[in-house]
Design a binder for this molecule. Sequence first.
Ligand code: 13P
Length: 247
Amino acid sequence: MALKKLVAGNWKMNGRLADLPEIQAIAAAAISHGDVDVALGLPATLIAPACAAAPGFAIGGQDCHWAASGAHTGCLSVDMLKEAGASFVIVGHSERRTDNHETSLDVRQKAEAAMAGGLLAIICVGETEAQRDAGDAVSVVTEQVRASLPVTAAGGAVAIAYEPVWAIGTGRTPSAADVAEMHAAIRAELKSLLGQEGENIRILYGGSVKASNAAELLHIADVDGALVGGASLKAADFIPIISAAKR
Ligand code: 13P
């Protein structure tokens, strides 16, 4: 059975209080697109104001620490995100793997903490252009899935976001055939790790998703949604992507 699609925005280091009306417009569209799950990963400073401005809409963070509290300057725990109103958290985004030197072990520990606290963990994986050119994309990504996924992962608790690093913010996307090949490989890996439960985990595609390519990308086999960066910042750009996810 096909999984309900999830279209999530990742606002990265963008968004101020002045942008709350955009969030409200996206939340209103989410209500009118009830057959698609819609969510926004916001900078931590906007989580509580956004939850107050758009009650009931799925707001999340973009990272968490795996510890519950302690001497980790600048970090946020799962409980802190939950207290602010978050219902999910993105972990292991390639920008964090690169900028903050996060390893797949770090990512797994963060995903475990999110699961334990009841936040959906969106676990990001993806190859670099050099890895794809070398013919290693599938092996790199399936290894990231193996190393980043909690052993107790389940459909309601985690999602995978396949984001080729070279497609993020570049306007370039893999061919439909390459997306299909990668999502099938991730699905096979999930099933080999988790058995039947591997069928229940949503696999999102991310990297230069926009209104003009969303319908094609979102209807490839085993693409169960999208993780959208730049095109999620404005309701006018994001809502057509939500619409494209409808069957
Ligand atoms: P863009 O949609 O801007 O390419 O970003 C994708 C991304 O990194 C989402 O997490």
